[in-house]
Design a protein around this ligand. Structure first.
Ligand code: SF4
Length: 920
């Protein structure tokens, strides 16, 4: 087959690849063919017929979006016959679509909207369309130079606008049934929340059972809105606003690193967020957080000026006063009485300067991230393989044959990373989910292995044992790049599937099936530590490394390990040294050679003792070791109980500085509060979970006195005599990082303009390619780790003897659900099903179908008992995703997407409700 073929379009000879459609080949060559149902990244559909062309020696007028190119093909896109045909098609469309916007005599002289509204008697003018001037139908009609004296009767559909569901409105009077929304929902997102429906003899868009989208399994990713060519589907917030400017930047909500187009109005407010089609980590996709969670930037409760505590009250002050005060007070706490908690939302530049300030000015390694609750997630990876980072690119998973997702709620926490997984499944890949919780991804799983909680490592060990027994190893990888296999094998004899079946509750057959599915590859592993006890985390990550290494699913495309780190820039923050144990580039603080290099660069002696991590800092505050603290940004971990009562501890500090965009509960305790710029007001870089360094661009002009965090640290440092903090721009900071940190060599803001670079950058001093370990393990061999078979951890709590595993689902069609509208908002009401083990149920006197209450120390939930839990001691239930979305929409927190609740395992007791008629 030829690599390149020649096609002539409108007399222009173009080179293109076989297999492409004519429309795509023309677009690539800069030749415009009008279209409405085609959308980049989706399969050809051929519904609207707007893209018809003529092809020499072919009959008729084929749709160019579904006709493949052929060598020597001659295509015409704009003959009089085609123009006439397209106009007829457009007339048909406009016979059911309001088109006052196209016939208005003021179209070129459009004045203020109120003049128009006063003078126009019909309700279909441009000012009543939320996509005014963003409408592809209008653009296409104008391109066709439509003569609007249409002979067809115009029928207004008179369908009520649906506006009660969270985040978006649907006006089916504006729908042209191009099917883009239905196709993106099914083909790209795998949700099937929307479908074609028939309404009064007309084909339209809706949900399969005529329910609200809350019930139909909508994940509120907004992909349907972004693909809709008209105003039929739109965001509720700022629905009528027009953009004055569009800025490309990065979503600040999770480490997938989706590129977004932020639309900004002329009053400097972010009005819309649209997935960037060329974003390498998201390919046009976003999730509910990136699509609908940007409004925090516009919030009226943003901090405007610095605040200083005077006579017990926080009062506004100038930057000079605040910075002078901090510099003067911090002098007294130099050394290990000071700690700095940085933010995973900070840029690499912010966090590099933060840790430099802590080490070079305050003389301590007490610096960590507020998201770093489970450092073993990546630290163990670094110890085993050399880098504390994921190995491959997210979208390579689209071509994986098997994906294993372990203890992670990907769809909520790293949403767009689930998109290539679902696409791979459509192509035939197998998904293995290891999790006691039922999450959204389990419905796609070929194997859902609900091991007894805490025995996941044993399960991985048994899979390894089967791989060895059946000689399914990746022999080349093992022979060339790994060592210590015998040490592992000597421990695997304990992981006999028969024995492991007893420990985990997973049958031998399923263990063997998992091994046979995963081993041949290419297979990828996504993992988190959501429900792993602290003393088992290291062993668990080692087991996963063993699995990837033994099967050769490392160092080649579509394989690898993806630790699901929290925070938008948790990866980058650690890369540049926001860690108590490592300097920028993961050089250990007690490595004399590395420390000397940084001492020479920064011009000061540096502390050599590892500092305190997040949890230890909180303990240090409680026992008085830490007396002064500087915290950047808010974090759910300050209030979700994971660190205990942090706020109470902070009251005992001698000096507390908080840098934040809002006056949070944390800020209320501070001696000085400094207004930080958000991601939308500053430049810099984020590094995503696939090591891709991407550029943030300021979308808004500063309207308050907020400053980027790197500037704040640099100002305090200079006031305290720190050298090397006189940065004029944040790009200078990246130049310093690239000089000092080998994995960032070759990276500068200028090079990132065109889309981002994965470290280590090819061509830089550091060897390697964007797939880690594709060139071997940097001159050393990776090492297998021996494993120990442990029983399930004992859960002993007389008050709460059972463990509740809560999952979250998009929908549950087999269950009765009802939508209730309270305060103008739709919520889903349904009977919860509480899964409980038959033995537990018997001992509690509970029968199938009894109404029961699950009680934890903080909460309770009421539902109907189903005696189907696979494990004694385990209780399960599922919350509905739509309910969470609805609650987020009305959450009074200025930044609710930062605090999307996780799904921990919670100790509970279950009680039979004495009155069976008590409603849930
Ligand atoms: Fe933002 Fe992550 Fe959602 Fe992408 S997946 S839009 S980066 S929160």
């Amino acid at each position: 087959m030829l690599d390149q073929i020649t096609v002539t379009i409108d007399g222009v000879e173009i080179k293109t690849e076989p297999g492409k459609m004519i429309l795509q080949a023309a677009m690539d060559a800069g030749i415009y063919i009008p279209y409405l149902c085609y959308y980049p990244g989706m399969k050809p559909y051929g519904a609207c017929r707007m893209c018809v062309v003529e092809v020499e020696n072919q009959r008729g007028t084929p749709a160019s979006c579904t006709t493949p190119v052929a060598d020597g093909m001659v295509v015409y896109t704009n003959t009089p016959q085609l123009v006439s045909l397209r106009r007829e098609i457009m007339e048909l469309l406009l016979s059911q679509h309001p088109h006052g916007c196209l016939t208005c005599h003021r179209i070129e002289l459009c004045g203020p909207q109120d003049i128009c509204l006063r003078h126009v008697s019909v309700n279909d003018r441009c000012v009543t369309c939320p996509k005014n001037e963003r409408c592809e139908l209008k653009d296409t009609a104008r391109y066709l130079e439509m003569d609007m004296t249409t002979p067809l009767t115009y029928n207004y559909r008179s369908i009520p606008i649906e506006n009660k569901d969270p985040f978006w409105d649907r006006d089916l009077n504006l729908c042209i049934v191009c099917g883009r929304c239905v196709r993106v929902c099914e083909e790209i997102r795998g949700d099937n929340a929307l479908t074609f429906v028939e309404r009064s003899g007309t084909s339209l868009i809706g949900t399969s059972r005529g329910t609200s989208v809350l019930q139909s399994g909508c994940e509120f990713c907004g992909a349907c809105i972004d693909t809709c060519p008209t105003g039929a589907l739109v965001e509720q917030d700022y629905k009528w606003e027009k953009a004055a400017e569009t800025v490309d930047t990065i979503c600040p909500h999770c480490p997938v690193g989706c590129q977004v187009k932020l639309e900004v109005n002329k009053r400097d407010k972010i009005i819309r967020s649209i997935g960037h089609l060329h974003g390498p980590a998201n390919q046009g996709q976003l999730c509910f957080k990136g699509k609908f969670g940007m409004n925090f930037v516009n919030h009226k409760r943003r901090l405007r000026r610095p605040l200083i505590r005077r006579n017990g009250f926080l009062e506004e002050a100038s930057w000079e006063e605040a910075l002078d005060l901090i510099a003067q007070r911090l002098q007294a706490y130099k050394g290990d009485r000071f700690a700095l908690i940085a933010s995973p939302r900070g840029t690499n530049e912010d966090n590099y300067v933060a840790q430099k300030f802590s080490r070079a000015v305050m003389g301590t390694n007490n610096v960590d991230l507020s998201s770093n609750l489970r450092p073993e997630l990546v630290v163990t990876l670094g110890e085993e393989l050399g880098y504390q980072a994921g190995t491959n690119a997210i979208w390579e998973m689209e071509d994986s044959c098997c994906v294993m997702v372990v203890l992670s709620n990907v769809t909520e926490e790293h949403n767009v990373a689930a998109v290539p997984i679902k696409k791979a499944i459509k192509k035939g890949a197998k998904l293995i989910v290891i999790d006691p919780r039922e999450t959204e991804l389990t419905r796609f799983a070929h194997l859902w292995l609900r091991a007894q909680p805490g025995t996941e490592t044993a399960l991985i060990g048994a899979i390894l044992r089967v791989i060895v027994d059946e000689t399914l190893e990746g022999k080349e990888m093992v022979a060339q790049h790994a060592q210590n296999l015998d040490a592992l094998k000597h421990t695997l004899w304990r992981f006999d599937p028969v024995k492991v079946e007893e420990v985990t509750g997973i049958s031998q057959d399923r263990i063997k099936e998992a091994a046979r599915l995963f081993a041949p590859g290419p297979s990828a592993i996504l993992y988190a530590l959501d429900t792993v006890a602290p003393d088992r985390r290291q062993e668990y990550v080692r087991a996963l490394v063993n699995l990837a290494l033994l099967t050769g699913n490392l160092g080649r495309p579509s394989t690898g390990l993806f630790p699901l780190i929290p925070g938008a820039n948790g990866q980058g923050a650690r890369d540049v040294g926001c860690s108590p144990h490592t300097l920028p580039g993961y050089e250990r603080v007690n490595d004399d050679r590395a420390r000397t290099r940084f001492q020479e660069a920064w011009g000061v002696p540096l502390p050599s003792t590892p500092g305190l991590g997040l949890k230890e800092v909180v303990d240090g505050i409680r026992d008085g070791r830490i007396q002064a603290l500087q915290i950047v940004g808010d974090s759910p971990n300050f209030t979700n109980g994971e660190l205990g009562d942090v706020l109470q501890g902070l009251r005992d500090l001698k000096f507390l500085v908080v840098q934040d965009a809002f006056r949070t509960g944390l800020a209320e305790l501070a001696d000085v509060v400094l207004p930080s710029a958000t991601f939308a007001e500053k430049g810099g870089t984020y590094t995503n979970m696939e090591r891709r360094v991407q550029l943030l661009r300021p979308a808004l002009k500063p309207t308050r006195e907020e400053k980027p965090d790197w500037w704040i640290f640099a100002q305090i440092a200079q006031r305290m005599g720190g050298r090397g903090f006189d940065y004029a721009t944040c790009s200078q900071i990246m130049e310093e990082i690239a000089t000092l940190v080998p994995i960032y060599a070759g990276i500068c803001h200028h090079r990132l303009e065109s889309g981002g670079l994965q470290w280590p950058v090819p061509g830089a001093d550091h060897p390697g390619t964007p797939i880690l370990y594709s060139q071997g393990f940097n001159g050393r061999k990776a090492s297998f780790s021996p494993m120990t078979l442990e029983d399930a951890p004992k859960h002993i709590d007389p008050d709460y003897p059972l463990l509740l595993a809560t999952g979250r689902l998009l929908h549950q069609p087999e269950r009765d659900m009802e939508v209730i509208s309270g305060d103008g908002l739709n919520m889903v009401k349904r009977d919860e099903v509480i899964e409980i083990h038959p033995e537990d149920a018997r001992s509690l006197g509970i029968d199938e179908g009894d109404r029961v209450e699950v009680v934890s120390s903080k909460d309770s939930i009421n539902g109907v008992a189903r005696l189907s839990s696979p494990h004694k001691g385990l209780v399960s239930t599922t919350l509905l995703f739509g309910d969470m979305a609805a609650r987020l929409e009305v959450n009074p927190d200025p930044d609710p997407m930062l605090k999307v609740p996780g799904l921990p395992m919670v100790p509970v007791r279950v009680e039979r409700v004495s009155n069976p008629w008590q409603p849930s």
